[in-house]
Design a protein around this ligand. Sequence first.
Ligand code: ADP
Ligand code: ZN
Length: 743
Amino acid sequence: MPAARVLIDGPSELVFDYAIPDGLPVVPGCRVRIPLRNKLSQGTVLDLVATEDLGFALRPLHSLSDPEPLITPKLLEAGRWIASYYGCSIESVIRALLPEAVRTEDNSAKVRKFAVLEGPPPQEVLARLDKRAPKQSAILALLGHAPENKLPLTELGDGASASVKSLAKQGLIRLVEEEVRRDPEADGIEEILPDSPLPLNPEQAAALEVILTSLSSSTPSTPPSPILLHGVTGSGKTEVYLQAARATLDLGKTVLVLVPEISLTPQTVRRFRARFAAIQEQVAVLHSNLSQGERFDEWHRIRKGIARIVIGARSAVFAPLPDLGLILVDEEHENSYKQDQIPRYHGRDVAVLRAHLEGCSIVLGSATPSLESFQNTLDGKYQLVRLQQRADGQSLPLIRILDMRLESKKQKGGMAILSERLRSALEQRLAKNEQSILFLNRRGFARSLQCPSCGHVCMCPHCAVALTYHREDERLCCHVCGHQAVVPRKCPECRDPAIALQGFGTQKVEEVLAKVLPEARIARIDADAMRKKNALRDLLNAFQARKIDVLIGTQMIAKGLHFPNVTLVGILNADIGLHVPDFRAGERTFQLLTQVAGRAGRGELEGEVIVQTFTPHSPSIQFARHHDFDGFAEQELEFRRQFSYPPFAHCAVLTSRSTHERRAEFTLQTLFRRLGENCPAGVILGEPMPSPLVRSHGQFRFQLMLRCKNARPLSRHVQQVLQKTTLPDDVTVVFDMDAWSFT
Ligand code: ADP
Ligand code: ZN
């Protein structure tokens, strides 16, 4: 008899083996109740293990919490992979796999009691009740007229319970309990109008064909290769997704749609709802605003196969859909797919793994594919499909690059915020009653040193990333290799002593705008707007309804928005994202510019994009300007290859944090020394150094970077060292495999 190896719920990660009572259908992934000390606890069965020669009898487990295993074998397998690849505990992964709402026993399906008429009551009974129990007779009449002769008890009037009991006793009605769904969309905030498929243009048709071929050829033993759908902004990727989803449902399979963030992609979600409005109850949208009860219901609706299309952000990659046929990852390049808490998995990468395990098709879509995914197409691991035209036949917007060095000289008085050109373009739109969006790039806290008169940025000679300025000790520091330099008194390029810290925020921009465009209706989207429930949606709706002339926001609103009346998009400080100590800086700037530009001219009207920059010749800006993804990718990949950055190596970051600066630093140095011993061949171990954001939330942070062509040896080595090292109580060490953030 095998025993059940059970991971006990709770932070202490206890794993114990329990004997399985006769006949109990226990398999891995089951939720079970188990005796622990003198209480009953809950846990998850990780494995069935052999129990010969133990020499003692195991305690039997108590019972199954759910009749079915809640985690499917495929998801459990994915969970094991995540734990070993990202170097985190299986317990933390199970937490991600089974949301809190599903794990706790306090949540259960909401049931409602109904009264059902047991057939037409005999005349003499009715006559008797009419006289002696008019309330009962009224209830029978109500039920007689109700659909299916059935009504919830709550609708039978106040104080009906005695009458209902009596009627049931006489055998005239029957009481039943049914599960009801706590429908997250039941408030009916917005009406969704059903729509129907559009006739596809030839590019779209070809893309759909590739997906259909993948769908029909996939079997669990031969998973099809992932498809990268590279479609320029407005090329109609969503229409392709919708029709591919329909085809998958028609094959009797289910569909998982991942979007970067539900609140930031309302239009994509709305389009899925509209297209599948006729089967609304088969669509589940998982978002962070769900109550525990709603989440419980949605999860079980998915698990039971009632919901056949699931739309959600990162964590929805674990949605327990049976018969998965297709996974769609929209905006696959987005950073928000990477979770910045344990388990630090990348939603897109887990989606690819899951598709592989389930043997289903997967489409990664983007106007600006990540270089990781793109390189996979060059290596022949992924299929590349392209949409190069806008679906509405419009041309891509004209992008103008404005040299802010000249502007700063013209305007005198430091760094210019708003160029003449952009100001007059805004005025023109206002006069024509068209709308504008202004983007302010505000990424990271790290500050580089840039000269306002020539645009020169101090770079690391070894790593080709911007050096970070540390105000505390007036020095420049490379956050990849540790190279240090003194702060120059004059610009090394043009000798201007004005080289200094620069930067401005959304508020400042709003002030300046309000001054130059006093009659414009201006609104700002920032992190605060995100926090309040519905505030963001209300703002975007107001913008859609043309109640706002100029919308100012950070890059978080650059995703998937479609406003036909927007004809001008301005990017105020294209440089900020370029000079952060992050090898993806160029890629992110290219993506941001391309995505942002894609917001302009999405209707009948032609769009214009104005990019303000101090480094107009930087390749990411120039390639974005020419809508040249291939050119950008070629040059950027060459740089990545030369310096051993992803996609040519996996890159991980080890961070130590503590309120005690010395201890944080010392701990990381100890780890660095140990990592250096028996370091597997091919691992490039970087020096420990202060994080670009040295102090955050009262803690000091130090970090080091590791790179290796293969992820496994790197991850294993770090985990082994961490296991062998006792950390001081007040130091936290974080390992981030395939890191996406270096601050
Ligand atoms: P993407 O997601 O690639 O940025 P969208 O899917 O938002 O592009 O499509 C842009 C616009 O083009 C939308 O308004 C969409 O309804 C429209 N569209 C897409 N496909 C077609 C088509 N085949 N015929 C006409 N219009 C289309
Ligand atoms: Zn360096």
